[in-house]
Ligand binder design. Structure first.
Ligand SMILES: [Zn+2]
Length: 349
């Protein structure tokens, strides 16, 4: 069968090639691929900056934002042939650490977890894939192709869950949220903010293109520019850019007692904008919380499916800005100016 594979840590090694049928050891559920979303992590892997092949192999099947249709549900579990499913990405470490032992592999403490399409397990960019029934989540059939948005939604479902948990440390009635970055993660964070009944503001560099309209269509306010210029102090900031100056501005702007949740993975930046001890003093004197959030566990996958099923399908469909066939996968891995979510489509949903 055809698969998009890469030799991790080798630039330009991505190719569409024939690989053997997936091994029964990868799971008893056999799935036909429908679509796989592309994100920054995939691009980093293709650029040779990240990723690990399975032990003993040189190549990795790419892709972690899955959507597929069950061909054979196997002998256990409740799935049926024809069900739309997504595959959970992370697997617990083999020790396991206490968090992995209780199913919170997103909080793995020893870093020995594995991830489909990223770290030591083949991903979902193959015509068929297998999965363990306990790691396959059934997708609400009404979502169809939009089920491919579940994985990125899990990331912000977890972030919001942690923000809400942290808020309970004191009397807390949040009213406003600022989301920095209007890519797929930021827009999905904004969607959850509206579902939670908050006044949602989204900030991004873009002044044109689809982002401002998508934010307004949610009933949220769009800001192009700096967080320091938004004119109010948000109770929550969901930071989705990983850019140093945006993070510094977020810390300077959030309300007293506010929570800044970092979801972006960046590098560099300058400490001049906010020297660390000065930032720490602000955090202390204003009871602020800065929290990082990565990945998601099964509870967040379940919630992400519910969040998308409750959302306006026509709005969600505008997030998928390009669909590319597997033969043209290289086009999906190139960023175009108006891209939000690009998907590689293997079959009709
Ligand atoms: Zn662990």
């Amino acid at each position: 069968m055809k698969a998009i594979t890469v030799e991790p840590k080798r630039t330009g090694s991505a190719q569409l090639e024939n690989i053997p049928e997936s091994d029964l050891g990868e799971g008893s559920v056999l799935v036909e691929a429908v679509a796989v979303g592309v994100c920054g992590t995939d691009i980093e892997i293709v650029e040779g900056k990240y990723g690990w092949a399975p032990p003993g192999k040189t190549r990795l099947v790419l892709g972690h934002e899955s959507l597929g249709r069950v061909l054979d549900p196997g002998p256990t579990g409740s799935l049926k042939a024809g069900d739309l499913v997504v595959g959970i990405v992370r697997r617990p470490d083999p020790v396991p650490c206490p968090n992995c032992a209780v199913g919170e592999w997103d909080m793995c403490t020893n870093g020995r977890y594995t991830e489909r399409g990223i770290k030591e397990i083949h991903g979902f960019m193959s015509e068929q894939w297998r999965i363990e029934p306990e790691y396959a989540m059934k997708v609400d059939p009404s979502l169809g192709l939009l089920g491919v948005l579940i994985e990125p939604t899990t990331v912000v479902a977890k972030a919001w869950e942690h923000v809400a948990e942290i808020g309970q440390r004191a009397f807390w009635e949040p009213r406003t949220v600022l989301v920095t970055g209007a890519g797929p993660i930021g827009l999905l964070a904004a969607l959850i903010g509206t579902q939670r009944g908050l006044e949602v503001h989204v900030l991004d560099r873009a002044e044109t293109g689809p982002k401002p309209d998508l934010v307004r269509a949610l009933g949220a306010k769009y800001h192009a520019g700096s967080a320091r210029e938004i004119g109010f102090q948000p109770d929550v900031v969901i930071e989705c850019t990983g850019v140093g100056s945006v993070i510094a501005d977020s810390l300077a702007t959030v309300a007293s007692g506010g929570i800044v949740c970092l979801t972006g993975v960046g590098s560099g930046g300058t400490a001049k904008q906010m020297p660390l001890a000065d930032a720490a003093s602000q955090v202390v004197l204003r009871n602020m919380v800065i929290v990082g959030s990565v990945n998601a566990n099964k509870r967040h996958w379940y919630r992400a499916g519910k969040i998308l099923a409750r959302a306006d399908a026509s709005w969600l469909s505008r997030l998928v800005t390009r669909r590319v066939r597997p033969q043209s996968f290289a086009k999906a891995l190139e960023r175009e100016p108006d891209d939000i979510k690009v998907v590689i489509q293997f079959a009709e949903a």
